[in-house]
Design a protein around this ligand. Structure first.
Ligand SMILES: [Cu+2]
Length: 190
């Protein structure tokens, strides 16, 4: 007996190790499949934003909206949220809200008038496929998914015209997807 002899495992011990490690591999494989299936079923995606606190936001839950039920949401009236007299409604955070819908190779509204110098929170969703939403010449650039609401706040500093374009190929009318933002100088001081 010398201490330098390599340890030799007998046949039965080797088989036990093999079985044990095979079991570990099987468990890991099952966990992987369960994880993938669970994320597919629960629809786990990163959220870009949730509701704004407006009462009519009830149909938008944690940045999700049913594309087939947009009529029950503020997306039914795309554009700035207005009061009954047609004036934009300032929310509790001191920003304006605008709702935009991408789909059918257009954005609605096709023209959005916003005041300069006031933060505007844009809520954007898609009705059909994935679209892009890029404010040309700026770093405003988000991906719009059906069923999801991307919310981002933008302050237009200078009066003039800006364009939103779709930068994710969405079909034959992709190149027509454009919406204009007309930034208006602040009108009056109360
Ligand atoms: Cu497109």
């Amino acid at each position: 007996m010398s201490g330098t002899d390599p340890v030799r495992l007998d046949h039965h011990t080797l088989e036990r190790y093999e079985t044990a490690w095979l079991g570990v591999a099987v468990v890991l494989t099952i966990l992987l499949f369960v994880g993938v299936l669970a994320s597919l079923i629960s629809g786990t995606y990163p959220l870009l934003g949730s509701g704004t606190g407006h009462a009519h936001d009830a149909a938008i839950v944690k940045g999700h909206v049913d594309p087939a039920q947009l009529a029950a949401t503020p997306f039914a009236k795309p554009g700035l949220v207005m009061d009954d007299s047609g004036k934009p409604v300032m929310n509790a955070q001191g920003t304006l809200d605008a709702y935009l819908v991408a789909g059918g190779f257009t954005y609605q509204p096709s023209v959005l008038r916003v005041p300069a110098g006031v933060p505007v929170t844009l809520h954007v969703t898609a009705t059909d496929v994935v679209h892009g939403f890029q404010l040309t010449g700026t770093n405003v650039n988000v991906e719009i998914l059906p069923g999801h609401v991307a919310s981002l706040t933008v302050t237009f500093r200078h009066p003039g015209e800006q364009h939103i374009i779709c930068n994710e190929y969405c079909g034959v009318g992709h190149h027509n997807m454009i919406t204009r933002f007309i930034v208006e100088a602040p009108t009056e001081t109360p």
